[in-house]
Design a protein around this ligand. Sequence first.
Ligand code: ADP
Length: 374
Amino acid sequence: MAQTFTQNQAIVEVDTQNDVELRNVVKIYNGEAAVRGIDLNVRQGEFFSILGPSGCGKTTTLRLIAGFEEPTTGEVFIRGRDVSGVPPYRRPVNTVFQSYALFGHMTVWDNVAFGLRLKKTSKAEIQARVSEALQLVKMESFARRSPSQLSGGQQQRVALARALVNRPTVVLLDEPLGALDLKLRKEMQVELSNLHKELGVTFVMVTHDQEEALSLSDRIAVMNAGLVEQVGSPSEIYEYPRSPFVADFIGDTNLFHGYVEATDPSLIKMVTEEGSSILVKPGDGWHGSVGNAVVVSIRPEKVHVSLESPNADNVFEGRLKHSMYLGTHVHYVVKLVSGETVTVSQPNRLGTAIATDEPIFVSWSSADCLALIN
Ligand code: ADP
């Protein structure tokens, strides 16, 4: 911990293990809050993603760290320093944009050298650093080309080199792969991950692509409507979502809305709006009581389909409405007798195909579903 002075000169404790820290940051545009009071800590060397649907405030948060925007209230610290009022070019961060933002009339080399020339860096050092940055992104042989002679993926590599040449403390990535087609996007994800490991620099990436966030990040902040709903590792976010929004946004899930009918330390009984009873093992954070509105989340891959009544603590009768053969897996949509619909993803081992409208059972363990307070 270190002490630092905020603008109003109050002494505050700052964790210097964090490269980026946001404290109760609010950003209001024309009377509307884009960011509604968020706290975030990004650790040194982390690959940190900000994930959420369009309009939830991701880009605004990144721009507040970059210095393109100032918070309406709250504080932003970079490596323990309050950066209020510090312009973007004086912050130890560089941003890579989805649109690349390269200068079309300059060569790749000059694009990467641009910032160093502005800072009046010596010729020898520019030579060494541009060459090193281009090497990192495997673009040395394209140094004399102009951006228009490059593919989208190559242009994004140059944009990365242009950020890395400044040796920033934090690289900010705003949907960096958003303009690339799926195949190239996958390739660039691997490269981005390798680059991050090689450099050990802190990356903060904004994305709306949950798969991208899950596969690349050490930790993810899931945002919804200007607030951070949960911060955690990819597996924490997927296995233990803390809100119905996070459960629904990350991966596929079945959500049942209802209320708590009974609860003890080892089991919750909830009743859905359609009258089904579901048993749930309470998770660590469970603090609900009888009568509370609750949402139960069960992932399709944790639900089983069978023709005979199985031995499980949650068993429901229904009829198969739809099945989709996906090679190793089969997806089923089952309509329960109660009227609810359940989607199931099951390894393809049932052997026999189930006919549409055939009576079947769906089941899952109380340990595999989560009760979330809305
Ligand atoms: P995201 O990156 O998650 O899609 P943004 O941070 O871009 O979301 O936007 C969050 C909200 O703030 C949106 O409603 C958007 O319209 C609004 N907003 C963003 N930037 C501005 C701006 N410069 N002026 C006015 N409203 C803005």
